[in-house]
Design a protein. Structure first.
Length: 192
């Protein structure tokens, strides 16, 4: 199930650090990262390692999180030199841990490497060399996913451009008639 709203009173950095210690044996501090529905933290371990601690929304479907873990591991095996976060194992030996937050909600918890850098939108200038490098990386990533076709991957996702028609039902959210008309034109072209 995909959550409809973010968690009210999400996980605090102190709570995230306590869960990292309990389930992954990690000591350090947690700093919030952006996330649509899940609680994400940049975790700086006392030994200097930088990680991402992900505390998934209570309504997040386990199969979807397992799919993310499996995809990262598949790519790591196929392209070990490709710059990607590696999934850590908990004390239990598992990648995903069933945890409880301070409100008693069941949450899936997992940890992966933090990759330092900037979002592409913040990189200036974005020149041909950068685009070529990004294209080469995406090509390697795509090739590494060859043969990866678990059943959980066959699902409708809102960001799948082949299924962009769902946006039509949300057009009333656009108050500006000019913006709405532009989106309607793009949708019509897409549907043609």
């Amino acid at each position: 199930m995909t959550p409809d709203t973010a968690v009210r009173a999400g996980c605090t950095p102190a709570e995230a650090a306590a869960l990292a210690r309990e389930h992954f044996g990690l000591c350090g501090r947690a700093e919030p990262l952006p996330g649509e529905y899940d609680d994400n933290f940049r975790f700086v371990a006392d030994d200097g390692r930088e990680l991402v601690l992900k505390l998934m929304h209570p309504e997040r479907e386990r199969a979807l999180v397992e799919l993310q873990v499996e995809a990262l591991r598949h790519v790591e095996r196929a392209e070990p030199e490709l710059a990607l976060p590696r999934v850590a194992r908990a004390r239990s030996g598992e990648a995903l841990v069933d945890a409880r937050d301070s409100a008693g909600r069941g949450r899936l918890l997992w940890v992966l490497d933090y990759l330092a850098g900037k979002p592409l939108a913040q990189v200036k200038p974005r020149d041909d060399a950068l685009h070529a490098e990004l294209g080469a990386w995406l090509g390697r990533f795509d090739r590494a996913l060859t043969g990866f076709d678990p059943p959980a991957a066959r699902r409708a996702l809102k960001w799948d451009l082949a299924r962009a028609g769902w946006i039509r039902a949300e057009l009333d959210a656009l108050g500006d008639p000019r913006r709405r008309a532009r989106v309607e034109d793009v949708l019509a072209a897409f549907e043609r």
